[in-house]
Each structure stands twice: as C-alpha cells, then as structure tokens.
Ligand binder design. Structure first.
Ligand SMILES: Cc1cc2nc3c(=O)[nH]c(=O)nc-3n(C[C@H](O)[C@H](O)[C@H](O)COP(=O)(O)OP(=O)(O)OC[C@H]3O[C@@H](n4cnc5c(N)ncnc54)[C@H](O)[C@@H]3O)c2cc1C
Length: 345
C-alpha cells in the first residue's frame, strides 16, 4: 500500500485558533509518529480516497459505476444485494453478510430498518479557494459568534488552493436560522477574514452535506448486516471529523465478519454484536466527551480558553484538544472534571 507521503499533500506543523474578537493562539501539532518527517499533513479527499481505493483493490474486486439498489433478505436476514451496473445491467450478489458503507444517506440502513437519529446531525459546507493569503504551514480554526457552536476552518492544500469550510450542529443551524452556504459567504466577508480573501477566487460551488454525528446508543448491526462510517454515524460531534471513525469502524466490522468467513458460517448475533461492542469501547469515550465539550462553545468560554492557552503554553496542547474535541481523550482530558478544575485554578 502506498503511503500518504508518496501522494500529493502539504505539511503542517501548527494549528491556530481565533475567536470573533480577534484573540488567537497558535499551538504546535504533536508528533504522533516520531518516524514521520512531519507532524501533520493535509491531503485532499480526491487524493486520499483514490489511495484507499487502490489499497482495497489489492485485496478485493472493485466494481466501478455499480450502484446497490436492493438489499436481499431471507428469513429477515440480509443475504446479498441487487445492483445496477452502468445504469443498465442488473446483478444479484449473495453473501453471508452485507456491510453498509454507503454514507450518510445509507440505503442499506434505510432498507434494513435502522433508525435515522435526526437529532444527531451537523451540517457542513465547504469550497476550495485560490489566492487566499497567509495560509502556509498552519491549520486555522475560527470560532465566529455567528456560527457558534460551529466553527470555520482554513486548510492549505498542495494545489495552492485553500480548503475553506464550516460545520455547525443542526440544532444550531435551526436555532440561528442559518443557510450554510450563505453563512460561509458572510463569514468570509467579516473584517477578521476579508483582507485575506480580497484577491481570492472560489473554485466550483460550495458543497453542503449532512454529517451523522456519533452517539454510542446507535444501532449499527442487525441480522446479517453491519453499518460502517457515515452509515453508522461515527462523526465526532465537536470536530466533525468522520474519517477516523470510518476507518476504525470499517476495520472492526471487517475483522468481525472475517471470522465468520474463515469458519464458513453465517455470522450469528453473538458474533455480530461484538462489532458494536468493540467500536463503542474504542470510540465511545471520545464521542461522549466531545459531545460535552460542545457545551463550551460559547463566545466567553472560547475567548477564555484561547487566552489561557496563550498565557500557559505548557497547557496549550490539551486546551487545543478541548477547543477542537479531536484526538480525545488524552490522559489530561479523560476526566470531564479535568477541565472544569482548570477553570477553577
Ligand atoms: C464538507 C465536509 C468536510 C469534511 N471534512 C472532513 C475532514 O476534514 N476530516 C474528516 O475526518 N472528516 C471530514 N468530513 C466527514 C467525512 O467526509 C465523512 O465522515 C467520511 O467521508 C465518511 O466516509 P464514508 O466512507 O462512511 O462515507 P462517504 O465518504 O460518503 O462514502 C460513501 C460512498 O458510498 C457510495 N454509495 C452511496 N450509495 C451507494 C449505492 N446505493 N451503491 C453504491 N455506492 C453507494 C457513495 O458514492 C460514496 O462513494 C467532512 C464532511 C463534509 C461534508
């Protein structure tokens, strides 16, 4: 499998948090793997997805332009799918189990009767811009009052374009009556950002999509069926990152089902339920803590966290974790009380 390093990407080594009053702090990114030449890198989805697909092709047969139309069931258990190739030919595939890896609007989930969990959703809007100034080597996060508890990001890419977007919990979108595309356009016109976008040009349209936010009460398996990635709703509520959860859930579901295939049996409930058990054990603490960290997304708390990180650079790493809710829980953050204590000090 190719490594990310061999693909087009841009190195980043710090992250800057800014709030509406202009207060900001820059925090170095921690080096997770000492053998890598960089602490962080930004890779466009088109590059990353094609790398993943190439890796999958080494092990499985990939059928391009093939759409799943109908989940086949026998005695209430999923046992295959009907699919359409190139919009014309129809095929049936039988299988010991069906994995729904078909995103936030999963047909597999819908057809096999999984609940929709509409209260666990965020909305994201994103576009690529040329000629944004001052975006070298740093990830940028803006906590703008207009979109709180959401945030806006600016990520440099190797193509010279900047990935600019925002993500807002659906409840916030409804309460503030926001239109995500318009909210993004308006944010870029704010004095905090407008200078940097003066010469910029948007490449293509602003994409808007729903993000299914993770909660450990979700049902993600059924008779002969497992959901992974956005179909399973494993997006981090605070950071809106879904790729980590998608990769983790995909691996755990594959390991679970590989066991049944080795034994040449259909996976029974005892085996299938080990998949959510393992997933929520690994991802659950982060999801729960991130959910609570969203409560700190008020203008006052954000401002206070950014000021604290500036005053105490030795604490900036874990304050960064609190602000973005990513890569949790660390030792310091594993207890929710940890950061409440911090405010009391
Ligand atoms: C604007 C935006 C920005 C984001 N930024 C980040 C980020 O910076 N970092 C991060 O970690 N996450 C980010 N996310 C979240 C991340 O994109 C998702 O969590 C992730 O893509 C989930 O992967 P997935 O494979 O489960 O679903 P998807 O990436 O949606 O893939 C599902 C696939 O299934 C296919 N499919 C659907 N229906 C069928 C069918 N009937 N038959 C055959 N195929 C089908 C689709 O074509 C698609 O290829 C962002 C999301 C958005 C919307």
């Amino acid at each position: 499998m190719q490594s990310l390093m061999e693909n087009p990407s841009v190195k980043v080594n710090k992250i800057t948090y800014t709030c509406s009053n202009g207060q900001s702090v820059t925090v170095p990114l921690p080096k997770i793997d000492p053998s890598l030449p960089t602490t962080g890198m930004v890779c466009r989805r088109v590059v990353f997805d094609s790398m993943l697909l190439d890796a999958a092709r080494e092990r499985v047969e990939v059928m391009d332009w093939c759409a799943m139309r109908q989940v086949l069931t026998e005695d209430g258990r999923a046992c295959g799918v009907n699919a359409e190739m190139g919009g014309k030919r129809e095929f049936s595939f039988t299988a010991k189990a069906v994995v729904g890896a078909d995103g936030a609007m999963s047909q597999v989930a819908r057809q096999t009767g999984f609940p929709k969990y509409p209260q666990y959703r965020s909305v994201a809007a994103r576009a690529y811009y040329r000629l944004v100034t001052g975006t070298v080597g740093s990830l940028e996060i803006y906590f703008l009052n207009e979109i709180l508890p959401g945030y806006l990001w600016l990520y440099p890419t190797e193509s010279g374009m900047t990935n600019v977007g925002l993500s807002i919990p659906l409840e916030g979108v409804k309460r503030k009556k926001l239109c995500p595309r318009e909210a993004l356009n308006q944010a870029l016109r704010l004095p905090l950002l407008s200078d940097r976008f003066e010469l910029s040009k948007r490449m293509g349209r602003i994409d808007v999509a729903m993000l299914p936010v993770g909660n450990t009460m979700r049902r993600i398996h059924g008779p002969g069926v497992a959901l992974v990635g956005d179909a399973a709703g494993v997006v981090n509520p605070c950071s809106s990152e879904g790729i980590f959860g998608a990769l983790l859930s995909g691996r755990l579901a594959a390991e679970t089902l590989a066991k049944a295939c080795q034994d040449r049996t259909s996976p029974d409930e005892t085996l299938m339920k080990t998949y959510p058990e393992r997933l929520w054990r690994e991802l659950g603490p982060t999801l729960r803590l991130s959910d609570r960290l969203l409560e700190l997304r008020s203008p006052k708390a954000i401002d206070s966290l950014i000021r604290s990180a500036k005053r105490r650079p030795h604490n900036a790493g874990w304050i960064s974790g609190i602000l973005i809710g990513s890569a949790l829980p660390s030792d310091e953050l594993s207890s929710f009380l940890g950061y409440l204590d911090f405010f009391r000090r």
